[in-house]
Design a protein around this ligand. Sequence first.
Ligand code: HEM
Length: 386
Amino acid sequence: MGTSHGSYRAALWAGALALGAATALVGTSPAMAATVQVGGGSLDWGFKASFRAYVATGNGTPPIATKDGATRNADGTFDFPAAGGTYDATAGTATVNYGGTVVFSYPLHMFEITLANPTLVVDGDGTGSLLADVDLVANGGSTEQHLDQAEIATVVTTAPTVTDGAVSFSNLASTLTSAGAGAFAGFYAAGSALDPITASASASATDPTDPTDPTDPTDPTDPADPGNGSASQKITAAVTGGALTLTSAGSAVPLSAATPGQTATGNLNAVTVSDLRGTNSGWDLVGQVTDFTATGGATIPAANLGWTPTAAVANSGLVNAKGVTSAVAPGGPVAPGTGLGASHTLCKAETGSSLGSSTCGAALSLGIPESSTAGEYSAVLTLTLA
Ligand code: HEM
């Protein structure tokens, strides 16, 4: 990976009643070159299970063949090895070329369809497409159609799972386009559901966007790099322990892209406070963030991170004893500019109604001063429960 999205930190203060969750906020700009070249990975896709079943009962020898690097998975779907392309794990975008060929032949029904070199395009906004080369030869050659990297399917995409800088997408729904329908001689209507797509991509060993590589063409410290300064942000939090505990639901919170003068927004991972002490003595969960700093010394002051807290009592499905009530209140909203440089309440439960668990969250907004320089900023947000 070309970038380290840095500063994941989690902290646990054992003992007493103080627990802290440390949350890293990391901003990157495109000038940080999060786009990396693909060096490995694979795409698993079956095209359409009913089509495989239909062709498999035919008289092809064999009905379904794979070549050029494609292989058949145990479940009948196909595996296409990565052949190139790029991705950006932070932005959740990818255009990855996979190689390999699958040939469906059904001599009795007089067709042979060749599906090759699928390309998965993930736009980062929940949409994407699958391109492929598709050749149809039917009726002894009197019907021929050749598609070259045509969009044969639209794809519903999700944020990638990122492991050691490699991205993977799991079970993405895919739908036949009209171009794809044509490649199957109209036997399927556009809009037909195709098999889900599972794909992965890892960076090539010689990553041309490695920020530690002095030849990195998009090195943010390179004055020749024009940059354009948007930001995406990642927040993680995970803490457990003690009789009064704080846990986090997730590990990544991408904030919206922003340029200087704009506000990057996102949501804190929901945290659950469990007061299992049995003393009903109340608790207070407060948060404070450090200044955001970037390599080279640029900063965004902590006060520019604001939040709007939310809080709700978690329903365990069990019935409380008579007279026992549980209540939680969110802290007041705090605006960027007068934000979390100082400690502010995320949520709290009063003495007499604090037993049980509550879930607290916050909409985050980081006001990015117009005077900010592009770069990778990080800060630590500490949640302290007492
Ligand atoms: C251009 C040539 C052809 C193409 C591209 C083609 C393609 C298809 C496709 C995509 C299906 C739907 C499979 C599914 O998802 O359930 C289908 C079904 C079927 N085709 Fe073809 N076909 C062709 C020619 C023929 C011919 C010549 C015959 C008959 C002699 C035929 C008989 C059938 C039958 C009976 C089904 C239904 C199979 C089932 O539901 O189990 N096809 N074909």
